[in-house]
Write a protein that binds this ligand. Structure first.
Ligand code: FAD
Length: 438
């Protein structure tokens, strides 16, 4: 006998980052949509994004944007998804502008900045808090939709499957498990950073989508493609998330120096190249950081363009308008994930994956800066457009008396993490057990 509430919905979305929210907003308004998220709606990597969102400036820029994305990705990218990403970037940025996203402006048009491995300035931004501003804009819009319900502090632990069709899932709220029957499930539960000791990521993001995929034999792809950001702020004895110093600082001229005060790498090379060069310096000098200097820029400009970074460094006793700051690489982004097609469909029927949980192959083995929010936007809209035409055809499953599957919740949550860590260690020789929070 079950002692919990059960729910029934058309579409169930796991995660309230950019991918989950944008997907919900692109679904038909006659659908019932349930979104669930582990902690508060704002506990996502999206909320932390600083630098911005890349976009083709116009039609003429699309080939160059494609070229930059492929080059940064070591030509391991899926070319069809790169074409979609770059070609559909502009129209989605226009949608966000229509929805009220206050992107920074310059001389009447949008202000564009540059980050590593982009040939030109093509990144739109909301000062250095792009993710927070984007997330607030999308949350406000989602909350105005009567057909969308959000459960916070609710953890999704598994999907329910019948004949290779996903028919819903199991979640836990306030220690109590419950079942949600859905015609379609969308996994938008982010990357894997919360599994690492040294990461820029939110702690809620622990590869749960990947664990669910492993448990249910859903196809995964490129699990060894993990990105380390070159410039997280170095702090001694820190055991929480590392504060990121956005690449757009280097895009606007910040320089890296080694322990001898020498430049040692071109700052705007792809992230993996810059991160490797910093690791080399750290190994040779025995000093666990290099220095990043932006203090040659005018103080007013720094405070106005990078208010978040200025304030966060100030809190830690560092003044970026006056001095160089210590930085070192940290785990930042997961290029691999649940394998999806061009409409974000996984290898299981009625199950979609979007955002960092998914592997569209768009990033190859190294993501081009600011292509992640864009991927979440473009491919969650693709998922929504497919779901919009499919859902009426899917027969709703009935609420059944599922056996009480959940006994020891702590054990289940721990097992999810261990499942992913084990798989990552199996697939990549570069990682070692001590990198992870077991
Ligand atoms: C510090 C930082 C700066 C960044 N800057 C940029 C940038 O400037 N530009 C750019 O393009 N990208 C940037 N990125 C990357 C980008 O922010 C993320 O890749 C992107 O936001 C991922 O979006 P998402 O919707 O897939 O996942 P997320 O935004 O991470 O959201 C995942 C959601 O799923 C929830 N969740 C997870 N597991 C469960 C579960 N079991 N049950 C219920 N809910 C669950 C989480 O709580 C969260 O709400 C940055 C990342 C970081 C960490």
């Amino acid at each position: 006998m079950q002692n919990h509430m059960d729910y029934k919905t058309d579409v169930l979305i796991i995660g309230t980052g950019v991918a989950g929210l944008y997907c919900a907003l692109n679904l038909r308004e006659d659908f019932q949509i349930l979104m669930i998220t582990k902690e508060s709606m704002r506990d996502s990597n999206t909320y932390l994004a600083q630098g911005g969102i890349s976009t083709a400036l116009n039609k003429e820029d699309i080939p160059c944007f494609i070229k930059d994305t492929l080059k940064a990705g070591g030509y391991k990218n899926n070319i069809s998804s790169v074409q979609i990403l770059c070609t559909e970037s502009r129209e989605n940025i226009n949608t966000l502008l229509d929805w009220g996203l206050p992107l920074d402006k310059k001389q009447g048009g949008l202000a564009y900045t540059r980050e590593g491995a982009h040939s030109i300035n093509r990144i739109v931004h909301c000062s250095d808090s792009t993710g927070k501003t984007l997330e607030e804009c999308l949350i406000k819009k989602v909350q105005s939709h009567k057909n969308i319900t959000i459960f916070e502090n609710t953890e999704f632990v598994d999907i329910l499957v019948e004949d290779n069709c996903c028919i819903g899932g199991i979640a836990i709220k306030e220690g109590k498990p419950f079942i949600i029957i859905a015609k379609v499930v969308v996994l938008a539960c982010g990357g894997i950073g919360g599994l690492f000791k040294n990461t820029t990521n939110q702690s809620t993001v622990t590869g749960d989508g990947i664990a669910i995929a492993i448990k249910n034999n859903i196809k995964l792809k490129d699990l060894s493609y993990i990105q380390f950001h070159p410039t997280a702020l170095y702090e001694e004895n820190i055991n929480s998330r590392r504060f990121l110093i956005s690449e757009s600082l280097r895009g606007e001229g910040a320089k890296l120096y080694n322990s001898k005060g020498q430049r040692f790498v071109k700052e705007l090379l792809p992230r993996n190249v810059v991160a490797k060069a910093i690791y080399k310096e750290i190994r040779t000098s025995g000093i666990p950081y290099v220095m990043l200097d932006f203090s040659f820029q005018p103080e007013d400009y720094i405070k106005q363009r990078f208010p978040l970074i200025y304030e966060e460094c100030k809190k830690r006793g560092l003044d970026i308008t006056k001095e160089a700051i210590p930085v070192s690489p940290a785990q930042h982004y997961f290029m691999g994930g649940i394998e999806v097609d061009l409409f974000s469909r996984t290898s299981m029927n009625n199950l979609y994956a979007v955002g960092e949980t998914a592997c569209t192959g768009v990033h190859g083995n190294n993501r081009l800066a600011s292509n992640s929010l864009l991927e979440g936007i473009v491919f969650s809209k693709k998922a929504a457009s497919d779901i919009n035409t499919q859902v009426d055809l899917i027969k709703a499953s009935c609420l059944k008396d599922f056996p009480d599957i959940i006994h020891d919740l702590k054990e289940i949550q721990k097992n999810m993490k261990n499942l992913v860590i084990k798989e990552l260690l199996r697939r990549s020789k570069e990682f070692h057990a001590e990198f992870f929070n077991h």
